[in-house]
Design a protein around this ligand. Structure first.
Ligand SMILES: Nc1ncnc2c1ncn2[C@@H]1O[C@H](COP(=O)(O)OP(=O)(O)OP(=O)(O)O)[C@@H](O)[C@H]1O
Ligand SMILES: [Mg+2]
Length: 401
């Protein structure tokens, strides 16, 4: 068990704890040392200095707990843990552009990541977010994935295992992306080609050669996407098999046209099969306005092994426990695979977990050694973690240590 650490956080202050031992921190692979939020959601200006221990944030509904985790989730490419539009981050009471500045301790020294609204972009172009790494502008978001690994569990994911396949597929793609940063580009390229193909088909006067080229691009990308997903599933299954007994064992699998074919056939043959399937489906796709087959139809299947039951038939708490089991395995896998241990964000995590599972989760978090950020309305459920954590309160966009 790690030793207890003192809370050293204070809102809007440059305070640093003189007792903080830099020697201890140097051995922590990846953790946040400082965050400054400016006009971000309900935060006008807030600053937080923290050590590498887990951070527990409590406070009444609407205080800004999820907003704070959302700011941290912008450390990796994408639209954050709520998948928001960038315009939503702007504090509604201010015209000054929002910004998030985060200082990280990494094994190669401090790293400063800044992100925010691009003031140079026109008002209509609010989807651009600026990124600075150590003060230098970055060309795109993908570079963030090279520096930082991050995992999160949010209440929105409570229904992930029970609802439609799109959210599960995106979830699996996000996991794959943190091991293989090219995965995001493949998915975007596939979707772009698919949209173009549908547009041509709907117009009804498409040049067959042009369609061939788009279907070729889709087939190529779909096979690469399916292979990355299968690889992720195989790694994650191994990590789950090595997990402790407290959380239910999840059997995971990915099913889809390309994924299924790749089980028995080499990639080139699967590409051919997909190309042929796309060509055959032209008339049907033109009529339906959707693409009947492809990488955008695949699904992540999860089963509760002990109950021999699909996850969607499990109880809410059982589904949450399955999801936590998967995410704990994923965080362990990231720690082993990457040089740095990931940051782990757990929003409103105590909900639906019984005392036993909650205690087991906290023990796992401490043994993982990854800096975890946990939120909840009350402190009581976190009492087991409190001696080892930085306990903060959030109220009306202000953070108190
Ligand atoms: N762009 C914005 N500008 C100003 N306030 C915002 C903006 N976006 C969201 N808010 C407000 O921020 C407040 C805090 O939201 P947040 O989701 O962080 O609360 P929370 O502490 O997680 O609450 P809960 O316990 O209910 O989950 C909410 O009242 C919300 O309306
Ligand atoms: Mg919240």
């Amino acid at each position: 068990m790690p030793e207890a650490r003192r809370v050293v956080s204070i809102q809007d202050s440059t305070f640093r704890d003189p007792c903080l031992d830099p020697g201890i921190l140097a051995s922590d692979p990846l953790s946040i040392s400082q965050i400054t939020l400016t006009q971000f959601r309900n935060y006008e200006h807030a600053r937080l200095v923290c050590d590498a221990a887990p951070v527990v944030i409590t406070g009444a509904n609407g205080g800004g707990k999820t907003n704070l985790l959302e700011a941290l989730s912008l450390l990796v490419p994408g639209r954050g843990l709520r998948r928001s539009s960038l315009g939503d981050f702007q504090n509604r009471a201010s015209d000054k552009p929002w910004a998030v500045a985060i200082e990280l301790r990494t094994d190669t020294g401090p790293l400063l990541i800044g992100t925010g609204r691009d003031c140079a972009a026109s008002c209509n172009d609010e989807e651009r977010r600026l990124i600075h790494i150590d003060g230098k502008p970055a060309r795109g978001q993908t570079i963030l994935a090279e520096h930082i690994a991050l995992a999160w569990i949010t209440p929105d994911m409570d229904r992930l295992l029970a609802e439609g396949s799109a959210a599960r597929r995106k979830f699996l793609d996000r996991l794959a992306f943190s091991f293989d940063p090219a995965h995001g580009g493949r998915v975007r390229a596939y979707e772009k080609a698919m949209r173009e193909r549908l547009h041509l088909l709907r117009e009804g006067r498409a040049d067959p050669l042009w369609l061939d080229a788009l279907e070729n691009e889709m087939a190529r990308r779909a096979v690469a996407i399916a292979a990355a997903r299968r690889h992720m599933i195989s790694r994650l299954s191994k990590a789950i098999a090595e997990s402790g007994p407290v959380f239910p064992r999840a059997d995971i699998d990915v099913r889809g046209t390309a994924e299924d074919l790749l089980e028995h056939q080499p990639a080139l043959l699967v590409e051919d099969a997909l190309r042929a399937a796309f060509a055959r489906a032209r008339r049907e796709d033109a009529a339906s306005g959707t693409c009947a087959t492809g990488a955008h139809r695949s699904d992540l299947r999860v089963r509760h092994r002990a109950k021999n039951c699909p996850a969607d038939l499990c109880s809410t708490g059982e589904q949450k426990a399955l999801l936590i089991a998967v995410m704990l395995a994923y965080v362990r896998l990231l720690s082993e695979h990457r040089r740095m241990k990931p940051l782990f964000l757990l929003d409103d995590i105590a909900a639906h977990l019984d005392d036993f599972r909650r205690a087991a989760l906290f023990d796992e978090i401490l043994s993982l050694g990854a800096q975890a950020w946990l939120t909840g309305t009350d402190q009581a459920p976190f009492s087991r973690l409190a001696p080892f954590a930085q306990m903060l309160q959030v109220e009306n966009g202000a953070i108190f240590g």
